[in-house]
Ligand binder design. Structure first.
Ligand code: SF4
Length: 308
């Protein structure tokens, strides 16, 4: 028995085997970049730092899926089932007709067992969620929201151009349609103390989410965040590795026990990082350290969860 609700086990339970995500860039943009809300984007954003090489909107979705499957087959253990992961930018930011066409192409691929759609909370509405709920009748459908923080002061500082209420609203609308709903959070945003980061756990637990992803703040070269770090380093709580692992243990032992934890840290190629620090450690190494620490502390997800 693992001491937390792991994503890999969740997929094994749902699909009876290993499932691999294939990242897709369907050519979407984002209202925080195209001038609708702003042109600057979130201060930490640089999509190229987490986009695999096969993934480009110059190729069709089918080609990206085929090349993604080949890419993963060459590098990692063989998976027989694949999920198309619409990852780059805001993947619900288009007309209903366009969205249907894009999602359909992925769902029709014979090796694809479902889609995961990453987006901003302010880029969904009832019509778009109804479409996703309809597609759920064919294959697995999940939506992942970049929530990043439960604090409006932090969302303002990183120029998200939406507040936490928008995240809660989107998550509730999605979950009410029985679509698998995920949320992404960043630990270490400027202006947040460690106590404030931890205090978010009750709010996170109160959201009707199925899955969560946690990332340590990774400052990417050339971003506004890198500039901010240079000018105001004291505004950033920089975790050491052991401190971060212990922090995630503290968070997870207070977290609602049924929430599936997809990841506890992010992984960006070191060449992109403005502050290389420990972030160059691979995710599987960090995950192993996390599980070992849970065991040492004789704790587990939800041990200190306070219902209601
Ligand atoms: S919402 Fe996402 S894609 Fe848009 S600027 Fe922010 S991080 Fe970048």
């Amino acid at each position: 028995m693992r001491r937390f609700n792991s994503y890999a086990d969740y997929f094994r339970r749902n699909f009876g085997g290993r499932v691999q995500k294939i990242a897709i860039d369907a050519g979407f943009t984002c209202p925080n970049r195209d001038g609708t809300l702003s042109r600057g984007g979130c201060t930490y954003c640089n999509n190229s730092s987490f986009t695999p090489s096969y993934c480009t909107p110059k190729k069709s979705i089918t080609t990206q899926i085929n090349e993604g499957i080949e890419f993963h087959a060459r590098r990692y253990r063989r998976a027989e089932m694949f999920l198309a992961y619409f990852q780059a930018y805001s993947n619900t930011y288009a007309s209903i007709e366009k969205l249907r066409e894009i999602y359909d192409e992925a769902l029709q691929h014979p090796s694809i067992v479902g889609i995961i759609v990453g987006t901003r909370p302010d880029c969904v509405d009832s019509q778009k969620l109804d479409l996703l709920a309809e597609l759920r009748g064919q294959k697995y459908v999940a939506v992942e929201y970049g929530v990043e923080s439960c604090y409006d002061k932090s969302l303002q500082r990183i120029c998200r151009m939406h507040d936490f209420a928008a995240s809660r609203r989107a998550i509730e609308l999605t979950s009410s349609r029985n679509i698998v709903t995920g949320a992404h959070f960043i630990f270490g945003l400027p202006g947040e103390s460690k106590e404030e980061m931890l205090a978010q756990v009750d709010t996170v637990s109160s959201l009707p989410v199925n899955t969560v992803k946690f990332h340590q703040l990774q400052i990417i070269k050339g971003t506004k965040m890198a500039e901010e770090y240079e000018n105001f380093p004291k505004d950033f709580h920089e975790f050491t590795v052991p401190e971060y692992i212990d922090f995630v243990c503290d968070f997870v032992e207070r977290l609602r026990p049924d929430i599936i934890i997809e990841r506890i840290a992010g992984e960006v190629p070191p060449r992109y990082l403005a502050i290389p620090a420990w972030c160059a450690l691979r995710n599987d190494q960090l995950l192993a350290m996390f599980e070992k620490r849970l065991e040492e502390r004789k704790t587990y997800q939800g041990r200190l969860f306070l219902d209601g």
